[in-house]
Design a protein around this ligand. Structure first.
Ligand code: PEP
Length: 249
C-alpha cells in the first residue's frame, strides 16, 4: 500500500501574516490524518515555514530549484540552500515553469538530479496541454517528459522522488480530469516505470494535480494509481486544503 500524499502549491501567493494564519490552521488540522502532507511556498517564506512547521506533521519545500550547485547564477536558488531551510521536497518541472519560464525537458531533468544530489526529494510534474490532448498526444508527451528524467538519473533514483501528473488544461481552470481520464494516464506512467523496474514502479507515488477540490478529491484518490494530489488554488484556504487531506486519509 502506498501512503497517500497531499501537497499544496502556493504559487506566488501569500504574505507573512496570511501564511502564519494558514500554517497554524493546517498544523492543527493534520493531526490524526493518515496521509503525508506538505506545502510548497515561495522562496522568501521558507524560513517562516521552518520556524512554524518544525516538529509538526507537515513537511515543506520550494517550487523550483537551480540546476546548478553554486556559482554566478544571479536570481537562482540552489538545492543545498533549500536544505538549509529544512526543505524535504521540491517541485521540478511545474507546467508554469515550463510554459512561462522556458524550462525544457533537459533543464527539468537537470534540476531533478541537482535536487537529489543535495538530498531533496523532487516532485516531478508532467502533463500535456489541451492542444496536445486534442491531438491524441497525451501519452507521448507525458512519456517523453518522464523519459528525459529516467534517462538522466536511472530508474533507481525514482525511489526517492514523487511524480505529479498535472494536465495543463486542468491547472487553475476549474476543469478537472475525470477520475477515469486521470487514472489511465497514471496507469501508463506506472507501466513506463515498471518496464524498467516493477518494484520501483509499485512503490512510486504518483499525484494528480489540476483543479482538485474537496468535492472531487474522494473519487480521484480512489483510483488505483492515484496516490494523492498536488493542490494549487484550494491549498490557500485552510478548510479546503484540510478537506482534501481528509479525502486522502
Ligand atoms: C498546481 O498549481 O499545481 C495546481 C494543480 O493548481 P490548481 O489546483 O489551482 O489547478
Amino acid at each position: 500500500m502506498r501512503k497517500k500524499f497531499v501537497a499544496g502549491n502556493w504559487k506566488m501567493h501569500g504574505n507573512l501574516q496570511q501564511n502564519a494564519a494558514l500554517l497554524e490552521r493546517i498544523k492543527a488540522g493534520v493531526s490524526g490524518l493518515k496521509c503525508d502532507v506538505a506545502v510548497f511556498a515561495p522562496f522568501p517564506y521558507l524560513g517562516q515555514l521552518q520556524s512554524v512547521l518544525s516538529g509538526a506533521a507537515v513537511a515543506w519545500g520550494a517550487q523550483s530549484v537551480s540546476e546548478h550547485a553554486i556559482g554566478a547564477f544571479t536570481g537562482e536558488v540552489s538545492a543545498s540552500m533549500l536544505v538549509e531551510f529544512g526543505c524535504r521536497y521540491v517541485l521540478v518541472g511545474h507546467s508554469e515553469r515550463r510554459s512561462l519560464f522556458g524550462e525544457t525537458d533537459r533543464v527539468v531533468a537537470a534540476k531533478f538530479e541537482a535536487a537529489q544530489k543535495a538530498g531533496l526529494i523532487p516532485v516531478l510534474c508532467i502533463g500535456e496541454t489541451l492542444a496536445e490532448r486534442n491531438d491524441g498526444a497525451t501519452f507521448s508527451v507525458v512519456s517523453r517528459q518522464l523519459a528525459m528524467v529516467l534517462d538522466r538519473v536511472g530508474v533507481a533514483a525514482m525511489v526517492s522522488s514523487l511524480l505529479a501528473y498535472e494536465p495543463v488544461w486542468a491547472i487553475g481552470t476549474g476543469v478537472t480530469a475525470s477520475p477515469a481520464q486521470a487514472q489511465e494516464v497514471h496507469a501508463a506512467i506506472r507501466r513506463q516505470v515498471a518496464a524498467l523496474d516493477a518494484g520501483v514502479a509499485g512503490a512510486l507515488r504518483v499525484l494528480y494535480g489540476g483543479s482538485v477540490k474537496a468535492q472531487n478529491a474522494v473519487e480521484l484518490f480512489a483510483q488505483a494509481d492515484i496516490d494523492g494530489g498536488l493542490i494549487g488554488g484550494a491549498a490557500l484556504v485552510a478548510d479546503d486544503f484540510l478537506a482534501i487531506c481528509q479525502a486522502a486519509s
